[in-house]
Write a protein that binds this ligand. Structure first.
Ligand SMILES: Nc1ncnc2c1ncn2[C@@H]1O[C@H](COP(=O)(O)OP(=O)(O)OP(=O)(O)O)[C@@H](O)[C@H]1O
Ligand SMILES: [Mg+2]
Length: 396
């Protein structure tokens, strides 16, 4: 039994004299056999159970074979195996801890790299942007929050870049627009000062100077208007207005101008729509659109102003039979200083500011303006305004 169970057995008589033993008695076994803190009557007893410190764990059980032989059976189990096993386990634990720590360390380094690298590149990008270099690219394409942030930074940089380009182009165009009439004014003023000049010639030059200074004044006026709109200093004072009466008074004034240039202007309005508009500003809108129809239409052409009521909305349509706007230019014509004909012809030459002002004023009225155009057939601008309902139609 003891050979199978890997256990040492010592049998003693009641005086603890050894009768039989499964292996030679060593000092640790001797020490156990000398323990006397039990008695025969008690039955089984654990003598040693501390497997960490002792060489054996040991029990003792009294026996009585019924033939008068009494004694004790000592069972001793060596703790070497357990201790070796525990040492073995400890070594494994240690190895596991070292491996886990190593794994954690590598993971932390990796995560730090993955997380901080994009942040560092974004920090560099924003630093460049704040130094005025808007041509940055933030190379992060992930779909998480960091990706979203990098996309925002990229679109901010793109917008700023676009604005910078626009501002430079705008300033270049303005200085060009100012330089041209000023060159004329200076040139004709120089010629006009000559003493030998006849009175008619002098008047002719003075007329040109007057025309050109008028042009500069107009440009500055339009730029000033736009600057006010940009700074939100531009306010509209709306009044309740009968649109039919309002447009027909503009129509009466403009009709003559069209007539003088062999062009025709018509007005059609079958209802009496009431709207809230700033009359002075809205007149500027209609006049700017009519000015374009006049400038970009040939002789004998007809321009029609039509007012329609539709689902609580008023549509003001200005349809001309002019040269039309190419489809690639259509998305840009409301931009400042944008002209389809880039050559600044002094005959048809506007500044490209009229429609930008129109759009700003229309939008300040919470309305919108769209354009439809076909080259060679004509252009139609449509303003969509909210109509005042029947019960609120009292005009102030
Ligand atoms: N009715 C139209 N027919 C054809 N082209 C047009 C018409 N209205 C506008 N355009 C084109 O759109 C451009 C922008 O118009 P916008 O009124 O802003 O500027 P402009 O008439 O050139 O100058 P400004 O109005 O400042 O005197 C014009 O230069 C012209 O090429
Ligand atoms: Mg214009």
């Amino acid at each position: 039994m003891e050979a199978q169970a890997d256990t040492e057995v010592v049998i003693t008589n009641t005086n603890r004299d050894i009768i039989k033993t499964s292996s030679p008695i060593d000092s640790a076994t001797q020490f156990i056999l000398e323990k006397e803190n039990f008695s025969h009557a008690e039955g089984g007893h654990i003598l040693q159970s501390d497997w960490k410190k002792e060489k054996y764990i040991a029990t003792v059980s009294p026996f009585n074979d019924g033939k008068g032989n009494q004694g004790y059976v000592y069972m001793l189990k060596s703790t070497d195996h357990i201790q070796a096993f525990i040492t073995h386990l400890n070594r494994h634990f240690l190895l596991a801890i070292v491996l886990i720590l190593l794994f954690l360390f590598i993971t932390i380094i990796f995560l730090l790299k993955v997380l901080t690298k994009p942040l560092v590149s974004m920090k560099e990008a924003t630093k460049k942007i704040s130094n005025g270099d808007f041509s940055v690219t933030v190379p992060i394409k992930s779909n998480d929050e960091i990706g979203e942030l990098s996309k925002s930074i990229q679109s901010l940089a793109n917008d700023l870049n676009y604005l910078k380009k626009e501002r430079n182009e705008f300033l270049a165009s303005i200085s060009h627009e100012l330089r041209t009439p000023l060159t004329y004014i200076k040139g004709y003023a120089d010629i006009g000062r000559r003493k030998t000049l006849s009175e008619t010639e002098r008047m002719k030059y003075l007329y040109i100077i007057h025309e050109e200074s008028e042009r500069v004044y107009l440009l500055l006026q339009e730029l000033f208007d736009l600057a006010k709109m940009d700074q939100n200093m531009f306010t509209i004072q709306t009044e309740r207005v009968n649109l039919k009466q309002f447009i027909s008074s503009i129509y009466e004034k403009a009709r003559l101008v069209f007539h003088n240039q062999e062009k025709e202007l018509l007005f059609m309005c079958t209802s009496e729509p009431i709207v809230d508009i700033d009359p002075r500003r809205f007149e500027q809108v209609i006049l700017n659109l009519l000015d374009n129809a006049l400038k970009y239409s040939p002789e004998k052409s007809i321009t029609l102003i039509e007012v329609q009521s539709m689902n609580n909305e008023i549509l003001i349509k200005l349809q001309d039979e002019g040269n039309g706007i190419p489809s690639e230019d259509l998305p840009h014509i409301f931009n400042r200083l944008y002209r389809v004909d880039k050559s600044r012809s002094r005959l048809t030459g506007g500044f490209g500011l009229g429609l930008a002002i129109v759009k700003e004023i229309v939008e300040a009225h919470n309305a919108d303006i769209i354009v439809e155009s076909k080259v060679g057939e004509g252009t139609c601008f449509i303003i969509r305004l909210k109509e005042i309902s029947d019960e609120n139609r009292t005009i102030s």
